[in-house]
Design a protein around this ligand. Structure first.
Ligand code: ZN
Ligand code: ZN
Length: 147
């Protein structure tokens, strides 16, 4: 851990085998209502914090990698199954961390809803955030600062 921990973001999987930290602030935080993320994370909606690739330090590693649909690579703890990261070919140089495994999740309010068209019909999150019927790719890229 860096000596100045005031702005450090930390997290761990359910069983604690995998821990991580970063001194970087998220580029953005977003809900995703797509069925893929729902199945991968097990929740009725998923949420992720985006960081630039390489910004997160994992101990001992970021978990087991799995690709089910081409272009998407996710990692999870091989011992407890926690969903940890996602990488998307259409969002290069970014790593998306599952919000629920971040210790400071309460400070990281999402800024947008993605794949609103796939939202569970009974799930109503009342806010004024931007909602995209499909991918929020353009907004995510804009927030990433990647040209
Ligand atoms: Zn674990
Ligand atoms: Zn998704």
């Amino acid at each position: 851990m860096p000596s100045d921990t005031s702005s450090v973001i930390t997290g761990r999987c359910y069983c604690g085998l995998i821990t991580f930290y970063t001194s970087s602030k998220p580029q953005t935080v977003a809900y995703c209502h797509c069925t893929d993320c729902r199945r991968a994370t097990g929740g009725p909606v998923s949420a992720f914090a985006a960081f630039s690739e390489g910004a997160i330090v994992f101990t001992p590693n970021e978990g087991k990698r799995i690709t089910v649909n081409s272009g998407v690579t996710r990692t999870f703890c091989e011992r407890c199954g926690s969903s940890l990261t996602g990488r998307y070919d259409y969002l290069p140089n970014q790593i998306y961390i599952s919000l629920g495994v971040i210790d400071q999740a309460d400070d990281l309010a999402p800024e947008m809803h993605g794949h609103e068209a796939q939202r569970l019909s009974w799930l109503h999150i009342v806010d004024d955030l931007t909602r995209s019927e499909s991918t929020t790719r353009d907004m995510l890229v804009a927030k990433s600062g990647i040209p």
